[in-house]
Design a protein around this ligand. Structure first.
Ligand code: PMP
Length: 447
């Protein structure tokens, strides 16, 4: 055994059992759309480390900006003084905001921390306590974020009591309403908004409800873009009842769906917008954006964190924003999105495969394919009704086969869904290669 194989064994013994791992092996290098392993494997990365390395691994301009910053200043604590990259980053983000009212920024390290800050702000600023969230939502693993996470029991099993006062409503997704997959988005939207009205009448009074938190594209819960009428409906309810609309774009934001932020498509103004993941292309950084008029009401010292808005991460994020603009990355998202959708729709219409495929959906390069499933929705809308054959564990089997064939691919927490999260600057050739590997894996998995 080689020293790195020994290290792998060492890891199996000494790293917590609480972590799941998609593949064995030690990742040693990343370059563009590929990662390399100690055993010589070169893998096409359609996960981007769960939607993070949006400009590919180790983008030279991002790495250079971080390396130069590293030699200048590594840590400038945000409660001690401003540092330049923090402010330069705000300059770059302002023109990308989905609404010009969003002009007051606070940077953290992780998505979860940013969600915590948003929840606290909503309580402080409205003087109210309860929070409405979505079934299928994922907002993170800390106690507050976990309180509004409703996508899979494993995240919170044995952990309760979580933050109290969280009320889930159904997202406009057919699974959550016991309706067939072909149900139109306007019907789903009406069903969801009706449930919201019931919630406010029966369980949490508007006078006690401070906010609605929503992922405009449900992420871990199945990669489902919200119809714009749904987001508009949430905005109206928030306006009517003095509640804040918290939009979590940790996974779908920063170019992933082809615009800087997905919520832009609906014209809806968030009161608080949360971003992370692709923001610094791998360096830990998240952001909470709101209106000055609101954040001016927060007492100095009520927000903070030792590493929040780290100077190296902010320098990297400045470079990310520059590369996004200089290299017309959003245009590439549109082109590669069309290529990916067209490949997946061809599979969806293929005689052998179509019986298994329920849905191809998403936006930009946040795309999913859903298969007929027995768990956990079988009891609700089962395969007999949907006329689709069920292959239990199909999504995971496909992901495993993709890995054997040299491509990293993830499933989502909910249902039988595989998700495609390639780099936003992926080339046409690499996209073609990825689609080819996926097709082979899918054909073998259903055979
Ligand atoms: N919100 C959303 C929408 C997410 O997808 C995630 C992470 N998958 C989080 C919050 C939590 O972010 P982090 O893992 O950085 O804490």
């Amino acid at each position: 055994t080689t020293p790195l194989e020994q290290l792998q064994d060492f890891g199996e013994h000494h790293v917590t059992g609480g972590l799941a791992r998609l593949t064995k092996g030690i990742m040693t290098k990343g370059e563009g759309s590929h990662v390399y392993f100690q055993d010589g494997r070169k893998m096409l990365d359609f996960t981007c480390g769960i939607g993070v390395t949006n400009l590919g691994h180790c983008h030279p301009k991002v790495s250079k900006a971080a390396a130069e910053q590293c030699l200048r200043l590594n840590h400038a604590q945000c409660s001690i003084a401003f540092h330049e990259p923090y402010l330069r980053l705000i300059e770059r983000l302002l023109p990308a905001m989905p609404d010009e009212s969003l002009d007051s920024f606070f940077f953290w390290n992780s998505g979860s921390e940013a969600v915590e800050a948003a929840l606290k702000m909503a309580r402080i600023l409205t003087g109210k306590q309860n929070i409405i969230c979505m079934q299928g939502a994922y907002h993170g693993r800390t106690f507050g974020a976990l309180g509004v996470t409703k996508s899979k029991t494993i995240y919170g099993e044995g952990v309760a009591p979580l933050m109290p006062g969280t009320f889930p409503m159904p997202f406009p997704y057919w699974h959550q309403h016991n309706l067939p997959p072909s149900t139109s988005s306007s019907v789903l939207t009406a069903h969801s908004l009706y449930q919201l009205h019931l919630l406010l009448a029966q369980q949490t009074a508007p006078s006690e409800t401070c906010a609605i938190i929503v992922e405009p594209v449900l992420g871990e819960g199945g990669y489902i873009p919200a119809p714009k009428e749904f987001l508009q409906g949430l905005r109206e309810v928030c306006d009517k009842h003095n509640m804040l609309l918290i939009v979590d774009e940790v996974q779908c934001g920063f170019g992933r769906t082809g615009s800087w932020f997905f919520v832009e498509e609906s014209g809806v103004r968030p009161d608080i917008l949360i971003m992370a993941k692709g923001l610094a292309n791998g360096f830990p950084l998240s952001g909470v954006v709101s209106r000055r008029e609101l954040t001016n009401k927060l007492k100095p010292g009520s927000m903070g964190g030792t590493y929040a808005g780290n100077v190296v991460s902010c320098a990297a994020a400045c470079a990310v924003a520059d590369v996004m603009r200089e290299e017309n990355v959003l245009e590439n998202v549109q082109a590669r999105s069309q290529q990916l959708f067209s490949a997946l729709r061809t599979l969806q219409n293929d005689g052998t495969l179509s019986p298994y495929i329920l849905d191809v959906r998403g936006r930009g390069l946040m795309v999913a394919m859903e298969f007929a499933s027995s768990e956990p929705v079988g009891a609700v809308y089962d395969s007999a009704k949907s006329q689709k054959p069920v292959k239990k564990g199909l999504a995971s089997r496909i992901a495993k086969k993709c890995i054997e064939k040299g491509m990293l691919l993830l499933t989502t927490s909910a249902y039988e869904v595989v998700r495609f999260i390639p780099p936003l600057n992926i080339t046409q050739q690499d996209m073609e290669k990825g689609c080819g590997i996926f097709e082979e894996a899918l054909r073998e998995a259903v055979a």
